[in-house]
Design a binder for this molecule. Structure first.
Ligand code: SF4
Length: 349
């Protein structure tokens, strides 16, 4: 699922920052000093969350956003644009995750016909995995969800286990097409992703995520009866539930009484996709303030406080491996969209 190494440039070929800046296009020719990006959020204009009909944000989207926000937006607006090569890398990454998951438990196909059923499956996974973790076992593909900084975030933790020192450790698996460790920018994106998982998981076990918040953000109807396949799966797991409300109550009771610790350690494991050999590990230092500041900045786009931004000039090398480089307005404008009119005029003289 790690896409960044597919056409990774040789840094020695890139030249200096000035040269990189000019590779973003010629702003003198292409940018109207009056616009076209005078950012003004109209009172009744939909926010990106509304425009994309999103009730929650996936942690993976936020981590993609931290690589290049504009690229993440193009990915949402033009989903068919992704190159076949990158799609293949993604598929192979998913297969690696699936293989790991199957090492610990079987997968069961459950038909869901309502959004409550889809959430019920997540909740049943939580209900099943919490006792395993309580008894010191290892769990994989643990769903996490909760309101953080006013927005409902959803994700899946690859693995949670206890270390020999008794610390609860999160492991994130990253597969790579090339047999080499990623560069710093990729590691930074991955650190942000696992740090967000910790924020959400910790909030869940501290009782800061409530069923009311889940119902409110996801617009769920607690009174809905579970579909036949979900109901039978719950029964097989020993859970006596009929409605979505029953399952909500059971799950949040289980989480609140579980006495699970917060995550102590964050580890990212990079492995080579083709040979399945481990390339290296990265231990992540959790810096809550920086993570929350970065999250708030990202959410500023989603909640309509600002327009999307592309990469900084010093990270223009990312554009060379981007599927959207040929159509990217940010790149063509020389990255001037976030500048004020006065700053733009100054830059153009
Ligand atoms: Fe981002 Fe560059 Fe791609 Fe534009 S071309 S979306 S700025 S990486």
């Amino acid at each position: 699922e790690d896409l960044s190494d597919s056409e990774f440039p040789d840094f020695s070929e890139l030249g200096d920052i000035e040269e990189l800046g000019s590779s973003l296009g010629n702003p003198r020719k292409e940018v109207d000093p009056q616009g076209p990006w005078k950012w003004k959020q109209e009172a009744d204009a939909p926010t990106p969350m509304e425009r994309f009909h999103l009730r929650c944000l996936w942690v993976s989207d936020l981590s993609t956003q931290s690589w290049c926000e504009q690229q993440m937006v193009y990915g949402k607006e033009l989903p068919g644009f992704q190159s076949a090569e990158k799609a293949a890398v993604l598929d192979a990454g998913s297969s690696a995750h699936l293989a790991r998951e199957l090492e610990l438990h079987d997968l069961v196909n459950i038909h869901t016909s309502t959004k409550e059923d889809a959430w019920a499956v997540k909740l049943l996974n939580v209900l099943t995995m919490v006792p395993i973790l309580q008894s010191g076992g290892t769990i994989r593909e643990f769903p996490v969800f909760g309101e953080i900084e006013g927005v409902f975030l959803v994700g899946v933790i690859d693995e949670l286990h206890y270390t020999s020192k008794g610390e609860l450790e999160l492991v994130e698996l990253k597969t790579r097409k090339r047999a080499m460790m990623p560069v710093e920018a990729q590691k930074e994106k991955d650190r942000f992703q696992v740090s967000l998982y910790k924020c959400i998981f910790d909030a869940m076990v501290r009782g800061q995520v409530t069923s009311a918040s889940l119902v409110h953000h996801m617009k769920l109807s607690p009174e809905v009866l579970l579909g036949p396949q979900v109901h039978s799966h719950a029964q097989q797991g020993g859970f006596t539930v009929k409605s979505f409300r029953d399952l909500l109550e059971l799950t949040f009771l289980s989480l609140n009484l579980s006495d699970l610790p917060v995550i102590d350690a964050l580890k990212i494991e990079y492995s080579h996709q083709e040979t399945d050999t481990v390339l290296g590990m990265e231990m992540v230092v959790f810096e809550e303030k920086q993570v929350r500041d970065k999250l708030r900045h990202h959410l500023g786009y989603w909640t309509g406080l600002r327009e999307p931004q592309g990469v900084d000039v010093k990270e223009a090398w990312k554009c060379r491996m981007c599927d959207y480089a040929a159509i990217c307005e940010w790149r063509q404008s020389g990255g001037m969209r976030t500048l004020s009119q006065e700053q733009r005029a100054k830059k153009m003289t």
